[in-house]
Design a binder for this molecule. Structure first.
Ligand code: PEP
Length: 252
């Protein structure tokens, strides 16, 4: 059976109302293609734009996600600055990015991430769970150890439906740097992650993405890594032109 391939656009702190035209161009591209089945395009714009974009675009071909969720596992309450999973659902998010290294650097540790994951799952949001080592951890040969730790300290063993968790391996040294790991290195990482998730969490088929400087030029080579189910894309997702170049080989 063919697996679903994910293309997730992480817009970070970019975009304005005008940027909807970029998503519309992607939608126009998709409408001309044989798109049914096995592909998922998900845009994660900043929250101020999410509801507007989702309402204007609402379409089977493109889905939407948020870039953060409150760790407070309540629908409403006296928590200034927080947005609950229920609120994210209300503004049209079906997915949420959790554990991104740019958030980890600011204020997210594994304990916080665990709370956010539980809150998202309670609200039936699918999770894009980012993990990744930094360059010094890589140089010390600690990559897989770090990834296992990030997962173990954030995921409850009792989570049964792993269809709702998309693991995005994003080596920190690759994000926004133009440096992409060699396929040999990635193959080793994904094989080890796969074994770990199957052994420890009994995940039948983990959904694992790659993120870090994905561009139209390197996506084909990265796509040769058999355990990858798609990509989390930052910079190259901001303009329809480069995003379409990334996805186009996957559409007939
Ligand atoms: C990201 O931050 O999730 C990311 C993959 O960024 P970029 O593609 O710009 O490296």
């Amino acid at each position: 059976m063919s697996k679903t391939i994910y293309f997730i656009a992480n817009w970070k702190m970019h975009g304005n109302y005008n940027s909807i035209k970029e998503i519309q161009k992607v939608l126009n591209f998709l409408k001309k293609k044989t798109t049914y089945g096995f592909k998922k395009i998900i845009f994660c714009p900043p929250l101020n734009l999410l509801s507007y974009f989702e309402k204007k675009i609402r379409n089977k071909l493109i889905d939407f996600g948020a870039q953060d969720i409150s760790k407070v596992n309540l629908n409403y309450g006296p928590y200034t600055g927080q947005l609950s999973g229920k609120m994210l659902k209300d503004v049209g998010a079906n997915y949420v990015i959790i554990g991104h290294s740019e958030k980890r650097i600011l204020d997210e540790d594994n304990v916080t991430i665990k709370k956010k994951i539980n809150s998202a799952l309670k609200n039936k949001l699918k999770i894009i769970f980012c993990i990744g080592e930094n360059i010094s951890q890589k140089k010390m040969g600690l990559s897989i150890k770090i990834l296992k730790k990030q997962i173990s300290q954030s995921l409850e063993k009792k989570i049964v439906n792993f269809d709702n968790i998309i693991f995005a391996y994003e080596p920190i040294w690759s994000i926004g740097t133009g440096i992409v790991p060699a396929n040999d290195y990635l193959n080793k990482i994904y094989k080890k992650l796969n074994i770990f998730l199957k052994d420890k969490y009994k995940v039948k088929t983990p959904i694992m993405l790659y993120g870090g400087s994905v561009t139209p030029d390197n996506v084909a080579s990265l796509g040769n890594i058999s355990l990858i189910s798609g990509f989390l894309i930052g910079g190259a997702s901001l303009k329809a032109k480069s995003f379409i170049k990334i996805i186009k080989n996957y559409y007939i």
